[in-house]
Write a protein that binds this ligand. Structure first.
Ligand SMILES: Nc1ncnc2c1ncn2[C@@H]1O[C@H](COP(=O)(O)OP(=O)(O)OP(=O)(O)O)[C@@H](O)[C@H]1O
Length: 348
């Protein structure tokens, strides 16, 4: 790798946000949000569409002024002095980088030169990043207007490469995996983790909870402008590592037979569309499978699967307006056991 690590105090905050509030008219897009990113740490910022993620990022990089609150990037005050804060930040925005007329090689080299690398180092960085992200075959293919020349995925990966062309104390990635195929997404996640391991603090905005879980140190979950939970994936998962998730595919009419109870304790229930996710203890695996098999045979569910409980279950429980849990026999609790930081967190 050509990208050297950056020297920072391992425990230093590269981003500290306190009491951040931003309104658009009556919409409170960020409501009293506090979070930190330390050097070497990858922090995932999760939330549904409209949760307030991009609004937060835009304030960190000085594109929007907060109504209240503080943002410090390293020791710089990003609200009063956005120019000095920006020198410590690289951003991959949600929108594609404007590279029409350029090849990925030229775009990455330009980004590296703008960050102060020599032309020789910039050339080497472009080659290294193309190998790391497996975009070599497109390195000299020109992007054309209206999405021509390069696919959305290759444009997105080029945008990532431009953001990381030179190491910065803080790296902000806004939905970096959009449009990217599964195998290159894996390379990209590894590349994001590597930037943390090399010393950057990374703020990663994503919808992809299941994949992000693998590489983040901390997570912050926003819901309608408010921070509803934060902590490590294990803490937010809030279940024993041995807990299982029983996923039910419901029939088209959407009637959920598990609402009548399974005859075994259900630690958490989340309903999303025609799916119900039930968290059960590993010791109940046989009983859960036998219940699901019988209901499948009767046509009351279309299918089911049993797998280790995942962060996605807790995330959905924190952010979905899910059905109230019945008092049906056997349903022990529905309150997420993650450590929510506000009352909204327990709306399940
Ligand atoms: N320029 C704007 N004018 C008015 N309202 C806005 C503006 N930008 C965002 N909003 C509103 O602020 C809220 C937060 O939007 P934001 O784009 O920050 O969410 P997000 O979490 O980034 O969503 P997505 O995942 O869809 O990108 C939403 O209710 C949105 O409609």
């Amino acid at each position: 790798m050509h990208t050297d690590g950056i020297r920072t105090d391992a425990s230093a905050d590269v981003l500290r946000i306190t009491g951040l509030t931003r309104r658009y008219g009556r919409v409170v897009a960020n409501d009293d949000i506090s979070l930190r990113v330390r050097a070497g740490e990858v922090v995932g910022l999760l939330g549904h569409n409209g949760a307030g993620k991009t609004t937060l990022v835009s304030q960190v990089v000085g594109l929007l002024k907060p109504d209240a609150g503080e943002i410090r990037v390293g020791s710089a005050d990003a609200v009063r002095n956005p120019g000095s804060a920006r020198r410590h930040v690289a951003l991959q925005p949600q929108a594609h980088a404007p590279i029409d007329g350029l090849t990925p090689r030229a775009a990455i080299e330009i980004a590296a030169r703008l960050r102060g690398l020599s032309s020789r180092d910039a050339r080497a960085v472009a080659v290294d990043l193309a190998a790391e992200l497996d975009i070599g075959p497109w390195l000299d293919q020109r992007a054309l207007p209206e999405g021509g020349g390069l696919s959305g995925g290759i444009r997105r990966l080029t945008g990532f490469a431009m953001a990381v062309a030179a190491p910065t104390p803080l790296l902000i990635l806004d939905e970096p995996t959009n449009d990217i195929d599964a195998s290159r997404r894996r390379l990209l996640w590894d590349a994001v983790r590597r930037r943390g391991d090399l010393g950057s603090g990374v703020l990663l905005v994503t919808h992809n909870v299941a994949e992000a879980e693998r590489i983040v140190d901390e997570l912050v979950i926003l819901d309608r402008g408010r921070l509803v939970a934060d902590g490590s994936p294990a803490r937010l998962r809030g279940t024993q590592d041995s807990d299982l998730r029983l996923e039910l595919q419901l029939p088209p009419e959407g009637v959920d037979p598990s609402e009548e109870g399974l005859g075994l304790p259900v630690l958490r229930r989340v309903r999303t569309g025609r799916r119900t996710l039930l968290t059960v203890a590993a010791s109940e695996a046989a009983a859960a499978v036998s219940w699901a098999t019988a209901h499948h045979a009767e046509g009351r569910i279309e299918g089911f699967s049993l797998a280790p409980a995942r962060l996605e279950d807790a995330y959905l429980a924190l952010t979905e307006p899910s059905v109230p849990v019945s008092d049906a026999p056997g349903v022990a609790t529905t309150t997420p056991q993650a450590a929510p930081t506000s009352e909204e967190a327990s709306h399940v």
